[in-house]
Write a protein that binds this ligand. Structure first.
Ligand code: ZN
Length: 422
């Protein structure tokens, strides 16, 4: 019975990775076909790099689906990702540290939870107690209400059972933290979500040396490379101006916690024009303002005429896209700010007019740099597309494995979810 329980998830994961890789190839080929059909409608200057990026995506997808690679990255990787004497183990409730008797970002109610940051796929209700960074405390209060919170300064160690724990900036959103655990003479670091680009709304990612680095892998493919944020924000401002010339409102969809506030902070360098905010965005803006983050002025949407917001930038959560809320705009252009916008096909699938490549996650070069900076000899990649990363790290001689998310035996979908924080 025990042997069957160990084997079944591995077979399920193997099949799921194969299916996902096949889907990715199909998606890349559809994108390539679309590029071919619409080639005449684009300039030669744009078509060349776009075609090369698509060919690269197809090559990567095709490489991933080779039987040897799938076996290497999934069945073999998952079976040996965590060992019996490791500092962390995977339980149905989440990633568990036996030495400290705590879970990191648990999926189900547990007595003691360490929360890396306030996004819904990391911070959940009904834990006995929540350990958080001090900077992340107001975010958790906003998302989860009054609970038993124990807040810690970045870099200040505290003891939980036999484990010595500290939280370190992850540069993802306000209060986001990596978790450093020292137990049994070994140091593990769990990154949570992180990025390396400058972000005026939160403390920058701090490399922490460790033996084992558990890294996120949301954008772990070489096609994901972020442009300079200020250049993308300048594109947003030019887009808003053009919308104004056509009498249209410029509605930009972005995640309500982190991305929206980062955009509002970056927009200060572009004249500081007020921005209209959907109610869900404004709630997070209030939390950031109270934490002392400087952002441009935000205003509630006006009820007046249906053309009232022509030429204005409006921030809204992705869930508002296609909803009745949009009917207030008589003439409107839509856009999405996300790392997923690096791939043109995603913009089409989300039915928006424009895409701006602004992500709160590490891109491919930043993932590799952060793994180097950790000094770790062993890397476990989780939360996303880990197979390509694992393969590259192994080619470099590292002990690397995919670590499946506890909630699912399969890697998460590459398609942007409605409320993706990416
Ligand atoms: Zn996040």
């Amino acid at each position: 019975m025990a042997a069957r329980n160990r084997t079944e998830p591995r077979i399920g994961a193997f099949v799921a990775v194969a299916v996902n890789a096949s889907l990715e190839i199909a998606r890349a080929r559809r994108n390539a076909a679309f590029a071919h059909r619409s080639r005449r409608h684009r300039s030669r200057r744009m078509a060349g790099p776009a075609r090369r990026a698509r060919r690269s995506a197809i090559r990567i997808a095709a490489a991933r689906v080779r039987p040897g690679n799938i076996a290497c990255a999934s069945v073999a990787g998952m079976s040996s990702a965590l060992r019996p004497d490791d500092v962390l183990s995977l339980r149905p409730q989440g990633l568990y540290c036996a030495a400290g008797d705590f879970y990191i970002d648990p999926l189900q109610p547990v007595a003691r939870a360490l929360i890396t940051h306030g996004h819904g796929d990391h911070a959940r209700a009904d834990m006995g107690e929540y350990h958080t960074s001090l900077a992340g405390l107001p975010v958790l209060r906003w998302r989860l209400g009054e609970r038993r919170y124990i807040a810690h300064d970045y870099g200040e160690p505290f003891n939980l059972g036999a484990a010595r724990v500290s939280l370190h900036p992850a540069g993802h959103v306000l209060g986001s933290a990596q978790v450093r655990i020292e137990a049994g003479g070994r140091v593990w670091v769990v990154s949570g979500d992180y990025k390396r680009q400058p972000d005026p709304t939160c403390a920058p990612f701090q490399p922490v040396r460790c033996d084992v680095f558990v890294t996120e892998a949301t954008f772990a493919l070489p096609i994901y490379r972020w442009p300079d944020t200020a250049a993308e924000v300048a594109r947003i401002e030019r887009w808003r101006q053009r919308c104004g010339e056509r009498g249209e409102a410029a509605v930009l969809f972005c995640y309500a916690l982190g991305k929206a506030q980062r955009l509002l902070a970056e927009l200060r360098a572009f004249g500081g024009r007020p921005v209209y905010a959907h109610g869900a965005i404004e709630a997070g803006v209030r939390v950031y303002r109270e934490a002392g983050v400087a952002m441009v002025e935000t205003r509630p949407l006006e009820d007046g005429g249906r053309g009232a917001h022509a030429g204005e930038l409006v921030l809204a959560p992705p869930s508002a896209l296609g909803s009745a809320w949009m009917r207030r705009f008589r003439r409107v252009q839509t856009a999405l700010a996300s790392g997923w916008m690096r791939v043109r096909g995603n913009r089409r699938r989300r039915n928006v007019d424009r895409g701006f490549v602004i992500s709160d996650h590490a891109d491919w070069p930043a993932l590799l740099a952060s793994i180097d900076d950790s000094g770790a000899s062993r890397v476990l990649a989780t939360h996303g597309r880990s197979e390509a990363l694992v393969r590259v790290l192994r080619e470099r001689g590292m002990d690397a494995h995919s670590l499946p998310a506890p909630a699912q035996a399969t890697p998460s979908s590459p398609s942007p979810s409605p409320d993706s924080d990416a």
